[in-house]
Design a protein around this ligand. Sequence first.
Ligand SMILES: Nc1ncnc2c1ncn2[C@@H]1O[C@H](COP(=O)(O)OP(=O)(O)OP(=O)(O)O)[C@@H](O)[C@H]1O
Length: 985
Amino acid sequence: MVLLKDPLEDPDDVLRAHRSREKTYMFDVAFDYTATQEEVYRATTKGLIEGLISGYNATVFAYGPTGCGKTYTMLGTDKEPGIYVRTLNDLFKAIEETSDDMQYSVSMSYLEPISALQIYNEMIRDLLNPASGFLDLREDSKGEIQVAGITEVSTINAREIMELLMKGNKQRTQEPTAANQTSSRSHAVLQVAVKQQSRCRDILQEVRFARLFMIDLAGSERAAQTQNRGQRLKEGAHINRSLLALGNCINALSEKNGNKYVNYRDSKLTRLLKDSLGGNSRTVMIAHISPASLAFEESRNTLTYADRAKSIRTRVKRNLLNVSYHIAQYTSIISELRSEIQRLRNKIADQASGQPNPDRTDIRHVQAEVQAHSTQQSRAEMEQLREQLIEAFRQQMEIRKHLMELDNTNMEIQIDTSKHLLTIADWEQERSRHCKKWQGERRKESFHKDDSEKDSDTPESPPDSTEPQEVAMARENLVTLMTDQKKISKQKAGLERQLGELRERARRLEELLPRRVSSDEQREVLGLLCKVHELEIENAEMQSHALLKDNVIRQKDAVVQRFEQHRQLCHEIIRQQRRFIDDHNLLVPPHLQELYELYIRDLDERNLSRVVALDKVAIHTLKEGSLPKIALPSRGRDPLQELDSDQESIRTLGSETRQERVKVRRHTLPPILPEPDSDNNRVFKSSTHAKQMKKSVVMTPPPIHISGHGNRELLPSALEGALSYSLLSHSVSSHLDSSPESSEHGTEAPLTPKERQQILRGMHSIVVKSARRRSKALEIDALRLPPPPSPLDPKNNKSSLSLSEASPKGLVLRRGRQPSPELRHATSDDNLSSSTGEGPAPNSTWTRPRNRQAMPRNNAPREQDFEARRRKRRSRSFEVTGQALTQGKSTSQRFRPLDSTSDPHLHINGQPPAPLLRPQYRVAAHLSKVRPSPINHQTGSVADTSLANLPAQLSNLKRGPQTRHPQPVLYVTTTGAGGQRIRKH
Ligand SMILES: Nc1ncnc2c1ncn2[C@@H]1O[C@H](COP(=O)(O)OP(=O)(O)OP(=O)(O)O)[C@@H](O)[C@H]1O
């Protein structure tokens, strides 16, 4: 709690007593002058790190008037490092601790939005590379703000990052003012991007990524106080303008009804902070105030904003990417590059065989050749040409990557769209159900008109059909997504046009070559081009190779997981039956008792052996398997390939015999795949297949129409998605029927033509079925969005039936449904013996359970032990070791440049710092307390956007609106030399 007293208030003035400006504010934490940097860090930022490495965005920003200690809190000094250093230290520590299971990549950028006098708008300056000039902000399709051309340093070495940070800090615009000798004249934004991938993932392989913003805002200031003139005054006005924009956003976001338009576009700062303020981020605001009487107004303003910020709610979701999609993308790139190489090789072959193309036999060509031999100038031209060509290819590569990213974003938009559509569909269905019920009741009432004198329970009007907020939000989000989709299509079209132009340019350059150079040189240049492409291919191939291997492991993991789920179910049934027997003191046939004891004994060993067997399969597959090579689209192997000694990689790629390839593919092929066209061995054959794969993995809704007739198409698409999921899950479960051992052999056994025929027939019927269902769904007559039969309704819709029928059992269990009738049957006491298929043996003596409560007693410790180990393992990663301070110190002590920026004891420009207002209070306000998306504790996964999780998503959607924060709490403290003066207020 912070109590702000008006220094001008006279306690004896009774007339003004009721007009007191004294005010109390409540915050999450309030730090007084005794608070150390470590305490501030722990209470405000440390908690964000765990979320960050699991894919949740986070922001910490320091806000307050000039000279109140924002830079001190964020950057700190050598001896007392601030939040930057401590966060990075802890982040890397957490990464190191979990690096056995997880793979990380961390990149960092450091920037300041500044206003150059000549430029009307603010620009972004790259503090890690100030030479790059002014940069601009771009909003990507997901609405995330990116700085175009910013330097991103990739490292997970804390020391390196700190060095860069110190270097960047020296570049920061900093000038002494009357209020603060080391006043920061701009906002400084440190952005850390963390990408995380599990080394051992399940079938829904995920890449998690999150951004952490740590922002040291420039101080809000009053011209009178800073005594600024000229440039400083203009800067101050600008700083205040961007802070005003920030304040406006905070005001709009904290509005009670929450519908007010939030203008983030007023300044670069608010654009940068868009997500942090009202979007997908866990955000902490640290407000700084001074206890000096003179600073009353500033303190009041700051506390008011912090107080408002308390009520802002953000919606945090885990940022996930589906990896199988990336495999397809890499595949498509590889395939395109291969065909380019092939084309270039053919050119070399043409040239080498000395058969000039008819269009090159003209006199100009001959002249050019003569010239090229004779003049020095031609050599320079040649060099230039070569560079131009390489540059053209580099640009092509960049555009391809960009296109890939856009595809990726598009996929995410489509998944999000489907989610929202399902939310709406769910609600529509619910509403029509209520309406029908109401109508039915009304009808019944009118039928029994005689009883009409009785009071009727049925309301006169149909039930309230106001859309819940969740549905309204879904509609709103659909509009945004539609806009994004349009933007992406536009961007894609632009990029594709650019790519086409670049290709054309490269082609023209290639055509120039024969005219300019001798045959040998030409060969060299073309050879070089091939090399460039091959390197690109190798790079892409290595990445897709890694992904493929991960995929195999993931699928193996899924098998283990599925078995484990099944085992847990059996275990639970046995346990409950046992308890039932014990509770009712029932007789147990001796053979059943023996079996039970055997079960208890074998429990651990069997599990272990299963896991070991599966592990063997995975390792075996990994050893044997390799990335199936992409067959070149047109011709066979190039004869030159064998001759060219430089093309080692290509030769290796092509050296396998066909048989070997087939064998390798079989090993590489993961056993669990849904449709004939999505098996992995074909994924790498051609880009067309990659596209097919995309389609098979991603649910692709048709173009979005929010309120028009186009809506009619939306739900069927969702149904189709659900249907394709059901096919996938069906296939998964059927594969799971085989034992790990058999699956191991299965990978070796070649398929007979008959088997192949059967599989093809099966697939064909699945495709026909799905087509029929889709057309049925399309026939559904509904003008509103979405049509009445929802995929969520098992009664109305065949697709939804197939979804529930075909869902793997594990998923059903995860959704917390009742056990199947069979299972319930097995658990009932009447069926205790019949469920095993055997009745009590007439001549055997039935016994009471020898080991009463054996299951709970025997298994509880085991379960607890397992749970305890699991927790221990988890918590270990993020333990508070208390060493951060020491580490931070030792790290920062190495960086002298820090002295010049924030240490008050050091001289600046040869002069000691003037005695200034000291910073006094630090107030930490968690903008919002965010509960992440519900985590599935059985699988450890989060209800994510991946399509394969659709049933889980459906059930989540059913459960209600997205999780919002509870009412947040704020805290305030005082710190700094002025702490004693608090009594004055
Ligand atoms: N808690 C603290 N303990 C000791 N010294 C502090 C503390 N907080 C701030 N200072 C000192 O007070 C001075 C002003 O602090 P700082 O530069 O961090 O303020 P600021 O809010 O960032 O100002 P501006 O907005 O003008 O950049 C610095 O010399 C800093 O070292």
